[in-house]
Ligand binder design. Sequence first.
Ligand SMILES: Cc1cc2nc3c(=O)[nH]c(=O)nc-3n(C[C@H](O)[C@H](O)[C@H](O)COP(=O)(O)O)c2cc1C
Ligand SMILES: [Mn+2]
Length: 520
Amino acid sequence: MAYDSFSAFLAALEKAGELRRIGFPVATELEITEFADREMKSPGGGRALLFEKPTVNGTVSSFPLAINTMGSHRRMAMALGLGSIQELADQMQLILKAKPPTSLKHAWTLAMQGLDLLNAKPKHVKSGPCKEVVRRFVNGDQKMVNGPQASAPFTDHQSPITLPTLLDLPIQLCWPKDGGRFITFPCVHTRDPDTGERNLGMYRMQVYDAQTTGMHWQVHKVGARHGKRYYERNERMPVAVTIGGDPAYTFAATAPLPDGLDEILFAGFIRKKSVELVKCETIDLEVPADVDFVLEGYVQPGEMRPEGPFGDHTGFYTPLDDYPVFHLTAITHRRDAVYPCTIVGIPPMEDFYMGDASVRVFLPIFKMNFPEIVDMALPAEGVFHNLVFVSIRKQYAWQAYKIMHGLWGMGQMMFSKYIVVVDDDCDVHNTSEVLFRLCANTDPQRDTTFIKNPTDALDHAQTIATMGSHMGIDATRKLPTEGYTREWPELLRMDAAVTARVDDLFRKLSAPAPVSAAGS
Ligand SMILES: Cc1cc2nc3c(=O)[nH]c(=O)nc-3n(C[C@H](O)[C@H](O)[C@H](O)COP(=O)(O)O)c2cc1C
Ligand SMILES: [Mn+2]
């Protein structure tokens, strides 16, 4: 089911008892973080929060702010119009099963064709709600590299209401030592200047002034690759940033799709309705017509500016680093726009549920390539890239190593710092169970491997940023063919009949039975 606006999603959350409205003024400077952090760390991810009167420097903003809207398994599924994320994974599986792929590339090609079949192709429309209020900045075209960024008066508009600059949006100052305010849910639309291929990625944006922000696409990301081509051609790069609209866009922007797979198509597939695209006012790009805000602008080749510090999803402040600069040429928005955002920090946070959904949706694709994979989890403590648990149906010697190397070669899985492989009877979503297997089943020297690979740009542990070692741990039971000639011991399990009988007896006590460990 598609939402025709972000507000429609909020209404669905409210109806489901998943939204809490906060009617009094709360500061976008730190206070919203403190509210949201408590909510995100409460059992199951708490509720979504709608701040009706967020304040910016003491003044109530014209726009309400929503946070933690995807911060639980249930809300993440609701964001994609689903009862559970598994429904989407099953659809992926169906597409792939129709014609089993022979390679990873083939799998994605088939998935793409499947998406096409499901009418996921975008439509082009003349206008839409995101154009209800339009503000162009006259000096947008004159502003070149490193120029002063004075806010210019508006040239035209379609509405009598006050026309905003970035300073009017309720953009948060997230953590005490952040370098400024950051847009935390920006969907960044770019195009490959050579092929015309679209990309949608989420890269945070630090607000420098009313018309200028940072553009934090890390070196491994598709936005950065597009940028590099514009720099090489010495052409100004058009960039459109959307905020809000159907939450499927926000999810698609974060999903680790392979380079070349169109996130707009993917969003259309998720919402089972074509995305309606509308042309921007000041740049040659298209954006979904139903979003809440569109920030139109450009990145100038070669222009870099220190970005950060930022309280990051690693749980640490990312220090200052040079990143490209985004210059605003127009803001358009819905009249009733809501500003969606998140915070990142010490896990668990909202982004854990987004990452978890990605893993579930793409698991069928991993399995197509590695049929022995049973399940996979990225526990919250590993903040996506630091820790991967994968269970396999092991058939032959050193199969665990094949899986590790396979994953290290797949897209953003290349960042995985530790990969732990366990047998198929271990629940990878139960960290305690995985640690038990890891401790019990490994000989540290025999069962580990170290490799060199690119690392996440945010990882502060490496001596040199963006490259480092990665460790694989084989916590599966060892085979005679792997040199383990003693008999591997048997795991304790209760008889199923006894478990059932004790369940019955508990019912007689009319007390809830503690869950049995047997037969998991
Ligand atoms: C809340 C949130 C914030 C993110 N911020 C950034 C960021 O600032 N820079 C970045 O490169 N990736 C960031 N990411 C991760 C990217 O969105 C993710 O890697 C995405 O798949 C990139 O898309 P791409 O492959 O099309 O470049 C963020 C993810 C989330 C969930
Ligand atoms: Mn992409």
